[in-house]
Design a protein. Structure first.
Length: 510
């Protein structure tokens, strides 16, 4: 009989802290890749002769493969074993990165980006679910997820810094090659230190209809938002993608409710605490991705910052995220319920975003942008940390991979929505401002350039107001839906009725 079955606490995995180093390294690589290529894109486009119309596919190919295959990747991790999926994902990601760095044309580049996304979709849920099953003590779990949450939240901004350095001082190809040492170190380390009992695997047959419907539905959704950014919301193909996505995802839910071994058991999604995490986190990411885009353009185009200086300008946000995640979230997670960290955390981030609605052409970085970034980082770090932990808390070990995949899916879809939605709002406000000041804009010279810059900033400020509202909505959802008590409070906290009322802490089988 296992210790778990006998009602005793499971023995702590002796390799868990070593494993965390390699899991965190892999997560950093995946999150970095989401933004590092953005900085290098102009140089890569010139070298490879990619047209303006096709350059978005360097970003979109990755987003579609990653977002579309995440649920499949999560279930594969449950079936193969998380360690195996993690290592295979790392090796595949490294090979795809090498292909991207060596690209000699558009087709090779786009293929490499799609492969990166596919292997990232295998790697990301395996990493999070490994943490879920290796750290079972409440205080240790808080520390581990504090580190993971800081990386998940701040890695995108680190990517801007690293991308700026590599592009400016080496070559855009190094934004791909830099992944290779990350992946090799993480794969070798994981293979040597991570142990995983085969008893925690989900050996149920793969739900092929669920795989097809979820993958095509998510790809259609992500592509719809990506296309809306460039072609507009009323574009025929954009509308078709949204309709197709709604039909496919509705069919997916229907199939999952009927089949014996679903790809995504609806119990994972419908438990109110996990559902609250997926929804509030997805909304928060909408605002964050939009902000990365606007601040990058504001600092480089309006303020004239170099790529490296722009990257460093994001350091206060990273510092805030690390502090919020490891010093506030991790320390308070075992003392207060998660909703009392997530709700106020999103509100503090919203306050930072509110400051940025005052953005003007001549705004001071130390007086406005720096404090806004600190508040954003502190708030997001504090909220991300319990969210990452709660997203897998209470699931059976056999479902840990797919529950982890849902966190990544909500972030990925949120990122696609945020970039498209907020960029469209900003573009509309900029156009309206230019229309109202057409005479001054047509004058040319310094006065005309100033009007162009003011129009751009007006667009950013308008979109940031929406981001403030989205963060307030995230806070309300977290405070309303999430009702579990603090980890280790003594006894399960009812979150529903019947089987759903019991929160089962995931453990390694012995």
């Amino acid at each position: 009989m296992s210790k778990t079955a006998a009602g005793l606490a499971p023995a702590a995995d002796p390799s868990r802290w070593k494993a965390l180093v390699f899991i965190a390294l892999a997560q950093l690589m995946v999150v970095l890749d989401a933004t590092i290529v953005n900085i290098a894109l102009p140089s890569a486009q010139t070298d490879l002769g990619i047209s303006d119309g096709n350059r978005q596919w360097v970003i979109t190919a990755y987003a579609l493969a990653f977002g579309g295959l995440l649920l499949f990747g999560g279930r594969i991790a449950d079936k193969w074993g998380r360690k195996n999926a993690f290592v295979v994902g790392l090796i595949g990601f490294a090979l795809a990165s090498a292909l991207g760095g060596a690209a000699n044309g558009e087709a090779m580049m786009l293929g490499a980006r799609a492969l990166q996304g596919a292997f990232g979709a295998l790697l990301a849920p395996a990493a999070l679910s490994l943490l879920a099953v290796m750290f079972t003590d409440a205080k240790e779990r808080a520390k581990a997820f504090g580190i993971y949450g800081a990386i998940a939240g701040g890695g995108g901004a680190v990517g801007l810094i690293l991308g700026g350095f590599l592009t400016e001082y080496l070559n855009w190809r190094w934004t791909f090659f830099v992944n290779i040492p990350f992946a090799i170190v993480a794969a070798v380390g994981a293979w040597l230190v991570i142990r995983e009992s085969a008893g925690s695997r989900n050996r149920a047959p793969l739900d092929i209809p669920g795989v097809v419907l979820s993958t095509t539905g998510l790809v259609a959704l992500v592509y719809g938002f990506t296309r809306a950014e460039s072609a507009g919301w009323s574009d025929a193909l954009t509308v078709t993608m949204f309709v197709a996505s709604a039909v496919l995802l509705a069919a997916f839910v229907l199939v999952e409710s009927k089949v014996k071994s679903p790809l995504l058991p609806l119990r994972v999604l419908l438990e109110r605490n996990r559902g609250g995490v997926y929804l509030s986190l997805g909304l928060a990411v909408i605002s964050m991705f939009g902000l990365f885009l606007f601040l990058t353009y504001y600092l480089q185009v309006v303020k004239g910052f170099s790529p490296v200086k722009t990257g460093f300008a994001f350091l206060p946000m990273i510092a805030g995220m690390i502090t919020g995640s490891t010093q506030i979230g991790a320390r308070l997670m075992t003392r207060v319920p998660p909703r009392l960290l997530m709700g106020p955390g999103f509100l503090v981030a919203g306050l930072g975003m509110l400051l940025l609605t005052q953005l003007e052409v001549g705004s001071s970085y130390p007086a406005l942008i720096l404090p806004a970034q600190l508040l954003l980082g502190l708030g997001m770090g504090t909220a991300f940390m319990p969210a990452m932990s709660l997203a897998t808390h209470g699931v059976d070990p056999a479902d840990a991979g797919v529950a982890s995949a849902m966190v990544n899916t909500s972030q990925q879809v949120g990122g696609a929505i945020g970039t498209a939605l907020l960029n469209t709002i900003a573009a509309s406000a900029t156009t309206a401002y230019l229309t109202d000041h057409a005479a001054e804009a047509a004058a040319g010279g310094p006065a005309g350039q100033l009007i162009q810059a003011q129009a751009m900033v007006e667009g950013y400020a308008s979109a940031i107001w929406w981001a403030v509202g989205i963060l307030v909505a995230s806070s309300v959802i977290a405070l309303t839906l999430i009702n579990t008590g603090r980890p280790g409070a003594g006894g399960p906290v009812a979150s529903g009725s019947g089987d759903d009322a019991e929160l089962k802490v995931p453990v390694l089988a012995h």
